[in-house]
Design a protein around this ligand. Sequence first.
Ligand code: F6P
Ligand code: MN
Length: 322
Amino acid sequence: MKRLNSQMQQDGAPLELILLIRTLLAGCKEISFRVSQGALAGVLGSTLSENVQGETQKKLDVISNQILKDILKESGYVKAISSEEEDDVVPCDPEGKYLVSFDPLDGSSNTEINSLIGTIFSIAHAPQWMEPNDPAAFLQPGSQMVAAGYVLYGPSTMLAMTTGKGTHIYTLDKTHGGFLLTHPNVQVPELTAEFSINASNQRHWEPPVKQYISDLLAGEEGPRGKNYNMRWVAAMVGDVHRLLCRGGIFMYPYDKREPDKPGKLRLLYEANPMAFLIEQAGGLASTGAGRIMEVMPEEIHQRVPVILGSKDEVEACLSYYD
Ligand code: F6P
Ligand code: MN
């Protein structure tokens, strides 16, 4: 089976980017190990602190963030980091060529129930003019990413990644520590009959979302003329992984619970990297008003509504916004 390195070379990734990705993944392998130790290592449960998003941090959020920060800071390839678990940009090597953004442990509330969690990351070029502690350098649209991916800590540890030449899925062979290419060039099926949304928020949704979901629920007798199935992992990595494997539509729309926030998911750490993976696999990723990867960020922790997945289904959903 092909190894990650040769696939990245085949896709034309520059050497320094390959080395950076390998470094980042060394951190993810350590997270994979820590996560698998669970209660035996005393890593489950919450800390007493909140992150900048106002969420109580799990111990594993803090551990994962520290592992990635340490390994990337030392690498020499990275000028600065932005992380969901850091208030501000983390300056690294002034000579580093790249910026890395990450959600160190997506879906971390799932740690309590031994369910799916993962690390989501994206990489962009660091502008030459940039001081390593300048958040303005991160305010680039997602279309500028040079690589993005996630590592899913599930029954297998899997990596889904793109360097802009398709989306490939690899499985970590824990006997020798290598990521092996198990699903080359994945394609999200254009048609689907499966949707993912946290339906408990229904009363807070806006009219287009309410109408769209109600039409899906109407099944064969409704305007869509077919029966739909619903899935919700409560970890975006798990839901997006299912979409890459068998299609579907995933939504975390704007809702009126916190009217001044434009959604729950974070543009830099969640929406952009997932949009890149889905688009490279032939799917679509939108905010409802336009392509996620064209949103110009105004601040590093910005949130955004997310609708992504199978092309025909995302288009059908977007027609309700027109
Ligand atoms: O990181 C945010 C996140 O945990 C996503 O991974 C997931 O899709 C979503 O929030 C779950 O939201 P909720 O708590 O509404 O189910
Ligand atoms: Mn997350």
